[in-house]
Design a protein around this ligand. Structure first.
Ligand SMILES: *Cc1c(COP(=O)(O)O)cnc(C)c1O
Length: 433
């Protein structure tokens, strides 16, 4: 295998924006276990999900199709920043003293700075098709809330966001971004919902959690017939939308590496950016074209794959959401308020959990300090400051390739940039992490 990329390799972008999303689940020998109704424990049907989601997304949640056409209005928006670049990280390789060839698929070029827009735009579109006037949602670090607020602005939908209190207080900039796009934002738990009031009465000093914020957003959507709910990760339709990342990356890599990838690494909070990147590479594996190892890097503070159980659990604290078969730390689990707010979720995407069970993906837990150290080294060699979430993927890759003579081709999912997370870097550099 030789690389054709030049010494200071330009970003590899010369592929088209995909015309279809890719659904790995439809190609697997065993199907993803169905979501169950929280009351009856029977598989949820479209009518159960109708108060929460528009028809187009409900259909995608259980579709048997392998390829699903991306609607033209969505593809037109994707073209504002896609294809995102695949970057050969040569200076980072040199700093690691490795013979591995490291490529990063960089989603930080999207308007809000992360991969979340890939699903936000699709979700806003399908809601607009159904005439939905308002979307409610939760957000951790604010990446998803800002992506949905941006998508809502494009498709003329009001967006109301409940942000986990720990992040609401420590990360004001994405809150301002959400308001700039026209969204409304509340600290969660809030006094605005029954779920929020109950949590505040029991634990007034809680740092909040994504599970709590989901409960509030779901309750607000169910109570308003004009509103629907949007989830930024975990569900099958979100994973589907994120497949544009890997579809592009497989093609981009093929322009410079004839043998495909040996290692694909991403960070996993709810599992969507990693699944989006890795599933098209697993398609290559299923069809015998390459044999990549896939690593899911999660924080040691919230280790759902490496320490959780694989079982049915709720996606939220109040138990309003369907039961999902997933790796979970339990719906009541409240992780420490680490800086990677987007990785503080108790569960894991059923689609990704399923591939872990099938032996196609492995989990690895990363300490926060190790993650930041890798992020700082990446910034000092490649210039891009990675999102605190993404630093977990970088650290997991570093552990695999540092001082190695193996000429492996490594693809790292760089899910977002960290330019609005600089206070977290500053704390790390001051020795306070
Ligand atoms: C939300 C987020 C994550 C975690 O979510 P996944 O669904 O696991 O992808 C990772 N990185 C960034 C930059 C995020 O905003």
């Amino acid at each position: 295998m030789t690389s054709n990329a030049t010494a200071e390799s330009p970003d590899i972008t010369s592929v088209e924006v995909p015309t279809h999303w890719y659904n790995l689940a439809a190609e697997l020998s065993e199907p993803i276990p169905p979501h169950l109704h929280p009351g009856t424990k029977e598989p949820v049907g479209p009518e159960d999900l109708a108060p929460l989601f528009p028809a187009g997304l409900i259909a995608q949640e259980v579709t048997p199709e392998i390829y699903i056409e991306i609607p033209e209005p969505v593809r037109e928006v994707y073209k504002m920043w896609r294809p995102s670049p695949l970057i050969r990280a040569r200076r980072f390789e040199q700093a690691l003293n490795t013979k591995a060839r490291i490529y990063v698929k960089y989603e930080g070029v999207s308007p809000v700075g992360s991969h979340k827009t890939n699903s936000a735009v699709a979700q806003a579109y399908y809601n607009s098709v159904d005439g939905v006037k308002k979307l409610t949602t939760e957000t951790g670090a604010g990446q998803w809330g800002s992506a949905l607020a941006f998508a809502g602005a494009l498709f003329d939908i009001d967006v109301e966001v409940w942000q986990v209190r720990a992040s609401y207080e420590s990360k004001p900039y994405r809150r301002h971004l959400i308001e700039t796009y026209g969204g409304t934002i509340h600290s969660s738990p809030s006094e605005l919902t029954e779920a929020g009031r109950a949590i505040l009465a029991a634990t007034p000093d809680t740092t909040g959690s994504l599970g709590m914020a989901v409960s509030e957003a779901v309750e607000a959507a169910v109570k308003d017939p004009q509103a629907r709910y949007a989830l930024g990760s975990v569900l099958n339709h979100v994973v589907l939308h994120q497949s544009v990342i890997g579809l592009e990356a497989v093609e981009q890599l093929a322009l410079v590496e004839s043998g495909g990838a040996d290692l694909v690494v991403g960070c996993a909070g709810g599992g969507s950016n990693l699944a989006g990147l890795a599933f098209p590479f697993l398609r290559e594996k299923l069809h015998g074209r390459s044999d990549p190892k896939v690593l899911a890097a999660e924080p040691s503070a919230c280790p759902s794959i490496t320490k959780g159980e694989y079982r049915y659990d709720h996606g939220d604290v109040a138990g309003l959401t369907p039961l999902l078969k997933m790796h979970t730390l339990g719906m009541d689990f409240i992780p420490d308020p680490i800086h990677a707010g987007g990785l503080r979720y108790h569960g894991m995407s059923p689609a990704l959990s399923h591939t872990v069970e099938l032996g196609l993906v492995e989990g690895v837990a990363i300490e926060q300090r190790e993650a930041f150290a890798a992020g700082v080294l990446f910034a000092r060699t490649q210039g891009i400051v990675p999102a605190p979430e993404s630093t977990h993927a970088i650290a997991a890759a570093v552990a695999q390739v540092r001082d190695s003579y193996a000429e492996d081709v490594v693809v790292i999912g760089l899910s977002g940039h960290g330019q609005l997370d600089l206070p977290a870097y500053s704390e790390f550099l001051a020795g306070n992490v």
